[in-house]
Design a protein around this ligand. Structure first.
Ligand SMILES: O=C(O)CCC(=O)C(=O)O
Length: 348
């Protein structure tokens, strides 16, 4: 019996029936990638893009003055990254919108893939182990993935990407599991560290060893939305670790930020999401039915929407300290509350 149609709300690569249909659906390199994603939650591949060599050779020199190296060297800044450089750099956009990657992801997940966010790193993010699921997720869940590509060779000294193989199979825990209600979210946004503790404890309890990706320039890695991964410390701070990550969603889903949701109390923050490849807004659609407009981009809780900004927060200073936010034309206050606060960005 064909089983592919039984769970349209589960990505094909994460289907419980994966082994029944994998060889019928994919072959060759696609089958190898599908198997790696299914078993380990990540797959390594050679990223072939006409603009990649150009990006590898030119982005470091073109972008280097956009980062605050002094603050980073003084350890006042956790990382050096530019969010959504696709808006002003065609090479970043071309890597994000690579047609082979979009078609590969579409085939692996069974819904049309589209890129919605880029991050260009000059050094490792030094982010602790995390699942992207809490930052941006789909409804139904798991229709999200990251595609990371190295712009230079990476070893243990310049902050390799790390991951816990198989962690994508753990439940995708959300606020209701860690005992956080809409009330807690509305009063403080300090619960993110509970997730970090949880992921670390899960890795210990499952006895899963952290693995490192010592990538060569031009190698890419796809990670599943719930794979616990992060960026290692830059042991040699005189070096760089140029890389780009693009996050993808899939059409025919809702797009949300679970860390701000209290689903059981009807608090779900659906987002307007832009398809980088053509600049259009992708509708929130669940099981073929469009999510009511009045639910999309509703106000976030006070701590996220602006009322609980730190008293000494000055928008112009935040933009000065975070040039990538300035470049992206994002609203500084909502950027800080939605991302900067969790990421530990400087505002003074
Ligand atoms: O490149 C890195 O250091 C990690 C990036 C990452 O974890 C992410 O974008 O979710």
């Amino acid at each position: 019996m064909k089983t592919t149609h039984l769970l349209p709300g589960v990505p094909l690569v994460e289907s419980p029936f994966f082994n029944d249909f994998a060889e019928e659906v994919w072959s060759g390199e696609e089958l190898r990638i599908a198997r790696d994603l299914n078993e380990n939650g990540f797959a390594v591949f050679n990223f072939l893009d006409s603009k990649l060599i150009e990006a590898i050779n030119q982005i470091p020199s073109d972008f280097k003055d956009k980062y605050d190296w002094d603050a980073w060297r003084a350890e006042k800044l956790e990382s050096l990254r530019i969010q959504d450089a696709w808006q002003f750099d065609s090479r970043v956009n071309s890597i994000a919108s690579n047609p082979q990657i979009i078609s590969l992801l579409t085939s692996l997940y069974g819904k049309p893939a589209f890129p919605f966010q880029t991050l260009n790193f000059a050094v490792s993010s030094e982010q602790s182990g995390h699942s992207d699921h809490v930052h941006f997720s789909s409804l139904p869940e798991r229709f999200m993935c990251g595609v990371w590509v190295a712009f230079e060779d990476i070893d243990e000294n310049n902050g390799p990407l790390f991951y816990y193989p198989g962690s994508h199979k753990w439940p995708s825990y959300a606020n209701e599991h860690i005992g956080v209600s809409g009330f807690d979210i509305g009063n403080a946004y300090g619960h993110y560290s509970k997730y970090v503790d949880l992921w670390e404890a899960l890795a210990n309890s499952h006895g899963v060893q952290k693995k490192y990706f010592y990538a060569k320039a031009g190698q890419g890695l796809i990670w599943a939305s719930n794979l616990v991964h992060g960026g290692s410390k830059m042991l040699d701070r005189s070096r760089t670790r140029w890389s780009q990550v693009t996050h993808y969603f899939f059409k025919g889903c809702g797009f949300t930020t679970p860390v701000a949701n209290d689903i059981n109390q009807g608090q779900i923050y659906y987002r307007d999401i832009i398809d980088i490849s053509n600049g259009s807004i992708v509708k929130n659609i669940i099981s073929g039915c469009e999510v009511n407009e009045s639910l999309v981009e509703r106000l976030m809780p006070p701590c996220i929407s602006g009322q609980n900004l730190p008293v000494d927060f000055v928008a112009s200073k935040y933009l000065e300290l975070n040039p990538d936010v300035l470049e992206s034309n994002a609203d500084p206050e909502s950027h800080y509350l939605n991302f900067g606060k969790i990421e530990g960005r400087r505002y003074k």
